[in-house]
Every structure is written in C-alpha cells, then in structure tokens.
Design a binder for this molecule. Structure first.
Ligand code: CP
Length: 314
C-alpha cells in the first residue's frame, strides 16, 4: 500500500483497498492512541482555511497533535494575504517551505486541486465549495464500519441539500463502490443531486438509486439515514433559502417507523434539520461520527507522510 506523498482531492483518488487500509489503521489508532503518539514528531501540518470550519480544521489539528506533530495555519482568508490578493498557487508554494502536509478548505470548487499542482507536499481537500469533501467521507465510512461491522448490503438515504452538499457528493461516489449498495436520494426538486454525479455513479457502479422528495417513504426501509443542512452560503438569494430551509426536520416522532438499528448520521453543523429530541435516541450517532473524524485523519496523515514503517499497526 503506497500512499506516501499522495494528494487527496477527490475520494476517487484512492482505491477501495487504500481506503480500507486507512480505516483499518484508524481503528487501531482509536484503540491504541498512545502507540502512535510520537510518529509525527518533527512534522508540521498547515491548515489553510478560506472558509469557516469547526470539525474539519480542529479534528485535523487534534489529529496532528495526537501524532506528536505541530500545526500552523489560518482559519479565515481575511487573516491571510489572500485578503491582499495573493493567489492560491502562490500561497501553497510558500506553505511547501513551512510545512510537511497541507489541508485546504476553499469556497471555490477546484482550489485544492489547483494547489496540488503547485505543491511538493501532500494537499488534502478539506472541502471545496459545493463540490467534494473527501475526508468527511472517510469519517463517515469509519463510523459505518465501526457500527455496522461491514460496509456492504446497505440501503442508505441521503437527505436534504443534495445539490450544494459536498459531503453527500463525496459519500455517494464512494459508497457506490462497495458491494450491493442502494440509495434513496431525498431532496426538494430544487436541491436534487447534480446530474453529473448521478450519471457517474449509475454508469460506473451497479447501484439502485431512487430519487424522491418524500422522507417518510424512505425512513422505514433504510439502514443509514444521512441528514444534511441546507447550505445557505451557496444560495444566490436569501428568499430561495428561506423557502427551502425547513424542507426536512427529523423529530422523535418521525423516526418511529425506522429500523431499530438504523444509523442517523449528519456531518454537522446542524441547524434545524434534526430536533434535539432525537439526540438521546441510540440510533443518533452524529456526535460519535465527529469523533471518528479525528482517528481517520490521524491515519490519513500518517499514511501520506509515510511515518508508520516502524509501528506494528495491527
Ligand atoms: N462536517 C464539517 O465539515 O464540519 P465543519 O464545517 O465544522 O468543518
């Protein structure tokens, strides 16, 4: 498995075997965190965040600190020289000299890919506009694997803003690669999954996809319900957002017909789409999911930096 020096821009950059390898190491890191506490000693992670983040940036930081490395970066384009007009390509060429690995979040689709073309250190896409969010997908996969045992033979509902939601774009493209998966894509007409993603999945993988605007139709049938926020920041006008913002609201009452072992997932942050009365339900796993993000990002960085040769990872 040679992941050393690679970039992660889109989940398709890694084979399923490579993804499963990252998950396996992440599981060991969760169980035996101390074993890995110095593997990144002397390594520096740069966090270049041009868009707000709580989980992605801080779980990357936590991950690097738990591996014994150090972190530098910016959490707002306004506090970087981007505010003076510096290009992504110039910024990343400077980061090359300051760090060993870079995670970048940007409002512009394709910015991390552009950065990877100018960087000699690994670039990780921490979310680019309404496009992709591959490390959220690794987080989601680890959550499902830990709680379901295997990632196969699952019916998954992806619900909410499927048009602008980068987490669902990456997750659908990746889950479709596993054995015998089927999907309900639940959204209002105006927020359907982009046709280029649906066509990619249907033409490359043998999966069943049902598109509907009716969450009740899906809820009793699925093994995983993945809720998402309506992405206010991607709308061109507030009026359209207001019309759609409460399209789906999950409540204790609404999940009554669901399977006993259905997972309720959400990449977070949530706004109004899952009521707090669902939080105590044993099926609600979104805070555990956020925790999985630390271990999977530890594993990802350790693999890209090639620091695991002297560690027994099993
Ligand atoms: N899930 C996720 O990307 O959260 P943040 O926007 O807080 O990083």
């Amino acid at each position: 498995m040679n992941l050393v020096g690679r970039h992660l821009i889109d989940p398709s950059n890694f084979s399923l075997e490579e993804i499963d390898h990252i998950l396996t190491i992440a599981r060991d890191m969760e169980k035996n965190t101390r074993k890995y506490s110095e593997v990144c000693k002397g390594k520096i992670l740069a966090t270049c965040f041009y868009e707000p983040s709580t989980r992605t940036r801080l779980s990357f930081e936590s991950a690097m600190l738990r591996l014994g490395g150090s972190v530098l970066g910016f959490s707002d384009a306004a506090n970087s020289s981007a505010s003076k007009g510096e290009s992504v390509s110039d910024t990343v060429r400077v980061m090359d000299a300051y760090s060993d690995i870079v995670v970048m979040r940007h409002n512009r689709e394709g910015a991390p890919k552009l950065a990877s073309q100018y960087s000699s250190v690994p670039i990780i896409n921490g979310g680019d506009g309404g496009h992709q969010h591959p490390t959220q997908t690794l987080t989601d996969l680890l959550t499902i694997k830990n709680l379901k045992g295997e990632i196969k033979d699952l019916k998954v509902a992806l619900c909410g803003d499927l048009k602008y939601g980068r987490t669902v774009h990456s997750l659908l493209k990746t889950l479709a690669r596993y054995e015998n998966m089927s999907f309900y894509l639940v959204s209002p007409e105006a927020l359907k999954i982009p046709s280029y993603i649906k066509e990619y999945v249907v033409s490359n993988y043998n999966v069943e996809i049902i598109e509907t605007d009716n969450l009740d139709e899906a809820i009793s049938k699925v093994d995983v319900l993945y809720m998402t926020r309506i992405q206010r920041e991607r709308f061109f006008n507030e009026e359209d957002y207001v019309k759609l913002k409460d399209s789906y609201i999950l409540t204790k009452n609404k999940i009554q017909p669901a399977k006993e072992d259905m997972l309720i997932m959400h990449p977070l942050p949530r706004v109004n789409e899952i009521y707090c009365d669902v939080d105590d339900d044993k099926r609600a796993v979104y805070f555990y999911q956020a925790k999985c993000g630390v271990y999977v990002r530890m594993s990802l960085m350790a693999n890209l930096l090639g620091v695991l040769d002297d560690v027994d990872c099993k």
